[in-house]
Design a binder for this molecule. Sequence first.
Ligand code: LFR
Length: 472
Amino acid sequence: VTGGVVAAVDLGATSGRVMLGFVGDGELRLEPVARFPNGPVEGPDGALHWDFSALYRHVVEGLRDAVARERGIASVGIDSWAVDYGLVSGGEVQGEPFHYRDDRTVRGVEQVHAAVPFDELYRRNGLQFLPFNTLYQFVTERGLADADAALLVPDLVAFLLTGAVVAERTNASTTGLVDVTSGLWDVELAESLGIPASVLAPLVEPGAHLGTLSGAARERIGAALDVVAVGSHDTASAVVAVPLSSPDAAYISCGTWGLVGVELDEPVVSDAAREANFTNEGGVDGRVRFLHNVTGLWLLSEAVRTWEAEDGAAIDLPALLADAASVDADVALFDANDPRLSAPGDMPARIAAVLEESGAPVPATRAAFARTIVESIAQAFAGAVATAGRLTDRDIDVIHIVGGGSLNRLLCQATADRSGLPVLAGPVEATALGNVLVQARAHGWYGPDATLETLRAAVADAFPPARFTPRS
Ligand code: LFR
């Protein structure tokens, strides 16, 4: 291993960060440079949007701080949540991108499924049904016909930084418009839905050089940094950095969502996979991320947000989780994926309504509520791991949890207990690490033949996971 330093921009649904990644002989280390909040905002049209202008400003300021701290940055990589996009025309970004939790997608789903039945869609794009997959958003989009390109969020950031107009392949796979077999844009599908193929940018692979910071960005950041494509879907980057310890391991990338599944070489688009709502998203190096979206820490963070608004004061989450840990584990459970829990809002009241409907008792304290949420997420995780094993004919023997959820000991132990499998937790910053590692490999720092296994071995060395053994 030779080495150097790169910058990772990692944008999540609740916060974004800029980090420096140091890679060298036996070294793999992240240093946080900037962290900023993110979340849905209501636009003048009454719909949920992202404040993309603010996000971009934070990215530029973060990169400026990174350059001030470290002169020799070899490149920058960008990843974010999937599916959402901005329109570009005449070299400008048009308006603030819609948030995937906006309910305009209800119309989009009806429209798409009326034109192409879901089972045919699944055969073509291999994606689980999520109401916000980009194709459902596109068909409700008025500005599409006039746009030069529709770029997913990381590509949109790269465009503003360099002027490059591309679609990085792992994230493009979440649009529903990439053919799961060929890996190319399904132009015929797009056109049959009235989506102009001209807005779909050329596909690029993770590791591709996208360009150098252009005029305005270079001036504000203070260096002519190179931008390199990474697995720009945050989950694709996270999966790169899962220190998979067995060929039959499952992983859970747990943040706002819990992405539960296995890595495959070939997609599985069987009837059973479709009925279980498992997705075949594009991974780095052409691997397949065969997984299911479970609503993850969103349930807890929305509940905490509601309680904080009630109290007019911040809640100490570690203290709340410690109290939750001393509540009896035999609490009432609800379906974490209940669609009524998807939009922002008063989560404790909504969960209470779901519990009451099923005749289950509503927790009396916040600690008990937190316990019900964590156990319900763990139950959904265990179920999805079992389903992944069944659908791929694998005898899953260990579950890796990476991302923010890997720090939630209660959740890790509950997942071990409810699945009956050991849980290996960490690294917490898997997404940023995957981003850094794909750049590092593109620079040749892991040698000419480095595979994902080479990169994962580096993760396992630098970030030994914490083990949770199932209790009967
Ligand atoms: C996780 C994630 C999921 C995707 C969801 C919406 O951050 O990227 O993989 O399904 O957000 O984009």
